[in-house]
Write a protein that binds this ligand. Structure first.
Ligand code: DQA
Length: 147
């Protein structure tokens, strides 16, 4: 199995960005722990961060034929991007949505996710652990699918 991990806008600044909300762990540290977790699960992990909506759309398209599932923290595009939602719907790769913060206990504009209706499920509020939990949930889901 191979999983594509996508990080959206501003997540390159993790560690320094609003640490009261997002904590002190950097994106590199998150990616390294996902790669370790992947080894334990015998799943190949590829990671990509972009601040550009179209680059994320391109990456979702390119995942077809290379990855069996997508783990995505779309950042603010979660709440704005029909294009990302449509890309996920188009490629038909099981996708799990994750957020570091609990988006339902913050500003109201974060309550709505365009990704959620096309995702297998969502994990929100556990900090970097959200990614690890999300990876486990995705791999479990992929292993349940008929071969
Ligand atoms: C986020 C939550 C979003 O509302 C926000 O725009 C982000 C990060 C999270 O991981 O908690 O950039 O996706």
């Amino acid at each position: 199995l191979s999983v594509l991990v996508l990080h959206g806008p501003n997540l390159n600044l993790l560690g320094q960005r609003e640490p009261g909300i997002y904590g002190r762990v950097t994106l590199d540290e998150i990616n390294r722990s996902l790669e370790q977790e992947g080894q334990a699960l015998q799943v190949k992990i590829s990671t990509l961060q972009s601040n550009h909506e179209g680059a994320l759309v391109d990456a979702i398209h390119a995942a077809q034929g290379h990855h069996q599932g997508i783990l995505i923290n779309a950042g603010a595009y979660t709440h704005t991007s029909v294009a990302l939602r449509d890309a996920i719907a188009a490629v038909n790769l099981p996708t799990v949505e994750v957020h570091l913060s609990n988006i339902y206990r913050r500003e109201e504009f974060r309550y709505h996710s365009f990704i959620a209706p096309v995702a297998v499920g969502q994990i929100s509020g556990f900090g970097p652990e959200s990614y690890r939990l999300g990876l486990h949930a995705l791999v479990h889901h992929l292993q349940q699918l008929p071969a």
